[in-house]
Ligand binder design. Sequence first.
Ligand code: 13P
Length: 260
Amino acid sequence: MKSLIVANWKCNPTTLKEAKGLFDSVKKALLRQRLRTGEGIKNIKNVEVVLCPPFIYLSSFKFQVSSFKLGAQNCFWEEKGAYTGEISPLMIKNLGIEYVIVGHSERRKYFRETDEEINKKIKKALSVGLKIILCVGETTEEKEQGKKQQVLIAQIEKALDRIPRDEMKNISVAYEPVWAIGTGNNCSTDETMKSIISIRQIITRLYNRETADKVRIIYGGSVNGENSGSYLKESLANGLLVGGASLKPEEFIKIVRSAT
Ligand code: 13P
């Protein structure tokens, strides 16, 4: 299974000029990496790299992409209609974008996104042919109250409610403990491994072992060029979801390199 390395730029940067600069730097650095390792321009062996800039920049990038894929950071749950301000999965798909992140903890927290809404988004996005990166993870309070397992079960069961088994190949799950996001207080590889095993068990129970084994389960939360390799080697993570470090091209490439 190819590792999945995802850059979530979140609400950054604030100008198109800066966004293009960041995009170009990452593209060039990836290209250098490919040339260095003697690999083709199109693929770094065993790694799939996905950049998720803000919606507003996506269409500026899509024609230039050759060496990695693009994703959106969110989507709505309808294809079109009178929903002021929303971006539909069909619009994203029609732009030639392959991935969408759904259920990020920042959307759950600041926009009160519920598991039911996340489920609706996933269903619609799958129906138009997008691939999903579903984020799950416990908050500080939930961790302190010993509720991590309970939270993971509820979030995954509700998000995947009535999602057919044959769609699971289009879903990756990102374990992002909320307390580890943007804090530098990253989750230990041991704890991450336990969560990844739990998540795979939950999916096995909902579907079956064969289906669960094909789902990529990735880690996110204060990942950087120094710690990325240990997550990939020691925690059974099939990839990484990177926030802050994805805004620094050289740091991000270090992370990509650690997955090769
Ligand atoms: P940081 O890498 O900045 O902690 O963010 C993680 C994240 O939320 C990625 O989606």
